[in-house]
Design a binder for this molecule. Structure first.
Ligand SMILES: C[S@@+](CC[C@H](N)C(=O)[O-])C[C@H]1O[C@@H](n2cnc3c(N)ncnc32)[C@H](O)[C@@H]1O
Length: 211
């Protein structure tokens, strides 16, 4: 499969100058709907994983501590410039979602928009999101997914060989991915292109003493 982290770093650095032109308007409403499900409390600590050029930033409330990371340095430069334009204090870092450089239980909210279908190993990315979230913390996901009740049929799998190399995987299933990572899904709704793009809000399971 032609989908590796090194390839993603290279291709997203090439896409960075044109990314907003392609993705800003198309996903604006879907992002809004995804983020409006999150219970942002004043002072909470939020991490955007695979933040790209920072198209989520204008939609976030101000009274929070925001960290934003991406694999591509070209994306992170644009992200930092957007934060400046918005006069927002955002800590921007080049970082692989599969190896987050944060301590456990550091964040109240992790946002993963349009990255779980891009990274070669979404299970690893979700394990990291789970690690850095506090117990009861919220995971906000918006992406394109195969319906959970059936695996992708062969035409979709064939098309996926192309789309996963140049854009995104189209065969991944949201619920198994999130639930196997230890998340409890609270909201799951279609937000774009029928039910291809979905917004999910999930919570890190709160471990009780008797668990
Ligand atoms: C489709 S873009 C989405 C960007 C942004 N989240 C948005 O909603 O517009 C996918 C982003 O994921 C980043 N990415 C891909 N693999 C990554 C990884 N392993 N770790 C961190 N970022 C990654 C890419 O560099 C790119 O900026």
């Amino acid at each position: 499969m032609f989908n590796t982290t090194a390839w993603n770093r290279l291709r997203y650095s090439l896409y960075a100058p044109v990314y907003d032109g392609v993705a800003e308007r198309v996903f604006r409403r879907a992002r809004q709907r995804s983020l409006e499900a999150v219970d942002f409390t004043p002072g909470c600590r939020v991490l955007l994983v695979g933040a790209g050029t920072g198209l989520d930033l204008p939609l976030l409330p101000r009274e929070m501590e925001v960290h934003a990371t991406d694999l591509s340095p070209a994306m992170v430069r644009r992200l930092a410039r957007r934060a400046d334009r918005l006069t927002r204090d955002v800590q921007c870092h080049v970082m692989d979602a599969e190896a987050l450089d944060y301590p456990p239980a550091h964040f109240d909210v992790v946002v993963m928009h349009l990255i779980l279908a891009v990274m070669p190993n979404p299970e690893r990315g979700l394990a990291e999101a789970h690690r850095v979230l506090r117990n009861g913390g919220q995971l906000c996901v918006m992406d394109k997914f195969q319906p959970d009740d059936r695996p992708a049929a062969w035409p979709r799998r064939a098309l996926n060989a192309l789309t996963s190399a140049i854009a995104t995987d189209i065969t991944r299933q949201a619920r198994p991915l999130l639930e196997n990572a230890g998340f409890v899904i609270e909201h799951d709704r279609p937000v774009l292109a029928g039910s291809l793009f979905r917004a999910l809000l999930a919570r890190k399971h709160i471990a009780l003493e008797r668990d």
